[in-house]
Design a protein around this ligand. Sequence first.
Ligand code: MG
Length: 295
Amino acid sequence: MPVVLGLEGSANKVGAGLVRDGQVLSNPRATYVTAPGQGPGMGAPLATVAAVARTLAQLWGRPLLGVNHCVGHIEMGRLVCGARDPLVLYVSGGNTQVIAFSRRRYRILGETLDVAVGNCLDRFARGLQISNDPSPGYNIEQLAKKGTKLLELPYVVKGLDVSFSGLLSHIEAVAPQLLASGEATVEDLCFSLQETVFAMLVEVTERAAAQCRSPEVLLVGGVGCNERLQEMLGTMCSARGIRLCATDERFCVDNGAMIAQAGWEMLRSGQVTDIARSGVTQRYRTDEVEVTWRD
Ligand code: MG
């Protein structure tokens, strides 16, 4: 099989990865770090990197492969962890989904009903002017380690779905008063926010794992490199005798190799994209892809 070049540019990052036969040959990434309080946006980076991909495909006379970003995360996690048929918890700035493979699709069993968990964390960080360097989520994680007070926050789980927008509105509304009065510190707020949203994620993952009788849970997406989330999921998994498959920021956070790996699987099973019909969309759901490379 040939080497596949994966190009990723869906938000504030640009990545280029090379994969051949399940081996990551190269995977550099650059992150655009905005000043506190500013957001990066998504449409322009997507269109730009897609233009680069089309140009290179024509310049080099190579097939173009339009890769679903969510499927890229799943295939990278499966490769790195050697997970065969895991239940997937996919948590990032744009997505929050519990996914299981069935009949040639990655089926979404549960998901956020409004904003993604990463978006909830990012917007909270923006409101409190927490630094975006290296990422707002990383800084919340470090601050949370110093939190001592667990504040009660809205906890919204409906079956296998979760909702974060009410929690976000609530914490944004009460934070100024709590901080001004000294009732809570920024560290307490970060701690409480993380504990609450991660408990919601662990609850729905446990419920889905029980229903699917999954032997493995795979954690992917940018929020997946949070060590507190890994610890909480790990506690649930070990109580159930499930293997937890998690990776670090090299493969959890958006990167080129994950696009290359999903592209490699597509190419292997005969999928290519007609350049004239290629495009980008922010609404390309995980379950729209026919997974032709798995039985
Ligand atoms: Mg992503």
